[in-house]
Write a protein that binds this ligand. Structure first.
Ligand code: ADP
Ligand code: MG
Length: 444
């Protein structure tokens, strides 16, 4: 692989992808080496690498495959001598005006539209307390739950209520992803001091959603800890959400995790059937429709997932009944749900790969996907990640989620296997054998 291949990939990305988004990042990637089985590029700092892995890596790999006519991975190195150029990344600075602040709050997500049941009453009460007495009792407040169970809704509700009760309080709602992107942009513009100042001087209530995305983003975490400390010391309310208990978020630094022990940690559990029914009826009501009780119970029992899915199912049933002019009965609801009810779950490509590798090494699939660190499971696990990377179009972050690990772990595994393939001819042969089994499996 040559520098000219990389130049071609770059040109193709520029021509076919969203230019405004890609350009600043492409400009600061340098070709380092293309002699092994992966292309090595250099980026100015860790934040760039993280952003690129999350947003651009899959695109680059796809174009690279088209240019080379074969699969190839990309490894990123740091080269501080490269000038960061993300200055032109489209982002409007958040804190410049009160309008921008309030635009991040969704007026429909309030305490009034939140249905309270066993599963969420503690979190609800904590949020209400914070909204009526900011920075008094629970500071920080940390909310956690699985996806689609109402964290963002409650966080928004706090923001909306505080704005109502205390119009002079400057409320800032942002996702941890926004925080990262704005920090990167500020670094690119060499304006980190402004970034800090704005948070510290123009925000009275900070609401940060989905903190788990900061796992392994060291520089962003560092910045967040500073912001957190400054605001907390100044007596400002902070509320943070995450997808699990803070101490269980791998890759979150201890000094950040321990901050959450200073206040209150509240969880939201999946709703019970009664709460689901209440949520369904309230949603239907918002659409000016009435949902018969028996239909509501039918939907609540058959939708195993979270509240977001429940809303999706209801939306489908309402739309179809409107479309067909059919009355809302249990039978009608069942016919709408038919295509969604579980049949045989499709075996995913990744599962198949894991299966082949596990069988080859005579380890249990559960061990391979689990946390054991013995060599005899770690090596097959890395290999499964390697093959999954080669055989699917999944990005590192996506693979990370599949394997329930951080994307850097997958990155590391892929690198290791690539290197060992080159260094060890016996290993290379073995890889080729397994590779063949995976390919045969796929075509059969
Ligand atoms: P999370 O942030 O935990 O992933 P969201 O807050 O985005 O979940 O909730 C998903 C959807 O479900 C949103 O539309 C939200 O308004 C709705 N929702 C969740 N819990 C409730 C509830 N208890 N009452 C009413 N709506 C809810
Ligand atoms: Mg959310």
């Amino acid at each position: 692989m040559l520098r000219t291949h990389w130049d071609e990939v770059r040109a193709r990305v520029r021509a076919t992808e969203d230019r405004a988004l890609c350009e600043p990042w492409l400009d600061c990637l340098r070709f380092v080496d293309g002699s092994g089985s992966s292309l090595v590029l250099a980026a100015p700092n860790r934040l760039y690498v993280e952003w690129i892995l999350d947003n651009l890596d899959a695109v680059l790999v796809r174009h690279l495959r088209e240019v080379l006519g074969r699969d190839c991975t990309i490894r990123y190195e740091l080269d501080p001598s490269i000038e960061p150029t993300a200055a032109s990344v489209a982002d409007e600075p958040v804190l410049d005006s009160a309008d921008a602040e309030s635009s991040r709050l969704n007026p429909r997500q309030t305490f009034d539209t939140f249905v309270v049941g066993h599963s969420n009453q503690f979190a609800f009460a904590a949020c209400r307390n914070v909204a009526t007495q900011p920075a008094r009792n629970y500071n920080p407040l940390f909310l956690f739950s699985g996806v689609g169970l109402g964290k963002t809704h409650l966080l928004q509700a706090i923001g909306n209520r505080i704005r109502e009760l205390f119009p002079s309080q400057r409320v800032l709602y942002m996702s941890a992803e926004d925080f990262t992107n704005e920090l990167i942009a500020a670094i690119g513009r060499r304006r980190t001091e402004d970034f800090r100042k704005k948070f510290r001087e123009s925000c009275d209530v900070l609401l940060v959603d989905d903190i788990q995305v900061l796992a392994t983003r060291e520089r962003t975490q560092e910045e967040f800890v500073h912001t957190f400390n400054a605001l907390h010391q100044a007596g400002k309310q902070i509320v943070v959400t995450g997808d699990r208990y803070p101490r269980e978020i791998e890759g979150l630094e201890d000094r950040l995790r321990s901050r959450f022990d200073w206040g209150l940690i509240a969880d939201i559990q999946p709703p019970d059937v009664e709460t689901k029914v209440a949520i369904l009826c309230r949603c239907a009501h918002a659409e000016q429709r009435t949902l018969p009780q028996d239909v509501a119970f039918f939907l609540a029992r058959h939708c195993q997932g979270n509240v977001r899915e429940l809303e999706g199912v209801l939306c489908r049933v309402l739309a179809m009944s409107g479309f067909h002019g059919a009355p809302l009965t249990v039978d009608f609801a069942r016919s709408c749900l038919m295509p969604l009810l579980p049949s045989a779950p499709p075996v995913h490509e990744v599962d198949r790969i894991v299966d082949v590798v596990a069988r080859h090494y005579r380890v249990k699939t559960a061990d391979l996907m689990g946390n054991r660190r013995q060599k005899h499971v770690v090596e097959p696990r890395q290999l499964a990640m390697y093959f999954a990377r080669q055989h699917t179009a999944l990005s590192y972050p996506e693979l990370g989620r599949r394997f329930d690990r951080d994307h850097t772990t997958v990155l590391y595994a892929v690198d290791r296997v690539s290197q060992r393939r080159q260094a060890d001819p016996g290993y290379e042969l073995e890889i080729q054998r397994i590779d063949k089994v995976i390919r045969d499996h796929r075509s059969s």
